[in-house]
Ligand binder design. Structure first.
Ligand SMILES: CC(C)(COP(=O)(O)OP(=O)(O)OC[C@H]1O[C@@H](n2cnc3c(N)ncnc32)[C@H](O)[C@@H]1OP(=O)(O)O)[C@@H](O)C(=O)NCCC(=O)NCCS
Length: 259
């Protein structure tokens, strides 16, 4: 099936693209982009600093095609016609894998789930907040699609990825076994559009990065991971209980690009 790009999605993306430097072009990818996207992903995976940061073995076999056709949408960021970043949003239909099940969301909520499925940025374009922009743009697409539960799985080692998602209120809430052997555990992250949560500061606790893959007791105790911090060159997750849920928006205005 070809890509379905309702006008509302295209308009939502256009509104977000105005926040990027003019040297970038942005559009929703199509079947004609599949080969370029496959090659881009292979290049990024071959240059990962830690192999557990991204394992394609954990993806559905037709991941790329699915996310430019009937199981999702993929934003492509281009510089002079060269793909330099993408962000895929899974939009599960009835019968598709739905991470709402792993979260124990009531099944009436499953049709409101989207998956922050994958994002990659070319190394030479990193650390200028493109990933932030890709997260924010996909939150706007989720809203345009009428969805509200944003779910993702990320390796606990990949602190850049999960901390960027956490900065949008999409927090690690569980560890799940994705069936990939020794490094099988993934954070299950969740945020709900229009719900803003706050850390109960008195419960804050630092968890060293290397302990996060086995931090089941943190989540079993009802704590979540709120953010990453760097102390003397070592990374930690900040765990703690939520104070209360309030209303607000997860997405925001992104600015401050240095490119
Ligand atoms: C993860 C990834 C998408 C981040 O992209 P990016 O565009 O560089 O990220 P941003 O510029 O939006 O984020 C900048 C933040 O990440 C931090 N960061 C980026 N690279 C970092 C690194 N190597 N070490 C520590 N922090 C890093 C910055 O300090 C900044 O944090 P801040 O919130 O304190 O400002 C990119 O590194 C990547 O493609 N990695 C390989 C694929 C992958 O892991 N994808 C994610 C899994 S879906």
């Amino acid at each position: 099936m070809d890509a379905l790009h309702p006008t509302a999605l295209v308009e939502a993306l256009q509104a977000q693209s105005s926040m990027l430097p003019t040297s970038y072009d942005v559009r929703l990818l199509d079947v004609a982009d599949i080969e370029q996207l496959i090659q881009f992903r292979l290049h990024i995976v071959n240059t990962l600093s830690h192999p557990d940061h991204y394992r394609m073995a954990g993806e559905a076999p037709n991941f790329v095609r699915d996310h430019v056709t009937d199981k999702g949408v993929t934003i492509g960021v281009f510089r002079k016609d060269k793909l330099i970043a993408y962000g895929a949003l899974g939009v599960p239909k009835e019968g598709d894998l739905n991470r709402g099940r792993d979260l124990s969301l009531p099944n009436v909520q499953w049709p409101l789930v989207v998956h922050m499925a994958s994002a990659m940025v070319l190394p030479s374009e990193r650390k200028i907040r493109l990933h932030h922009w890709l997260i924010n743009a996909r939150l706007h697409l989720a809203r345009a699609l009428g969805r509200r539960h944003v779910v993702s799985t990320v390796s606990p080692w990949n602190h850049v990825s999960w901390s960027n998602l956490a900065s949008f209120g999409i927090y690690p809430r569980r560890l799940i076994d994705t069936g990939m052997g020794a490094s099988a555990c993934r954070f299950l992250l969740h945020g709900e559009l229009n719900v803003v949560e706050t850390l109960e500061h008195a419960t804050a606790h630092l968890v060293p990065l290397q302990d996060l893959q086995s931090a089941f007791e943190i989540f079993n105790a009802g704590r979540i991971i709120w953010a990453r911090t760097n102390i003397g060159g070592d990374f930690y997750g900040i765990s703690g209980h939520a104070r209360r849920a309030g209303s607000g928006n997860l997405h925001r205005t992104i600015s401050g690009f240095s490119a």
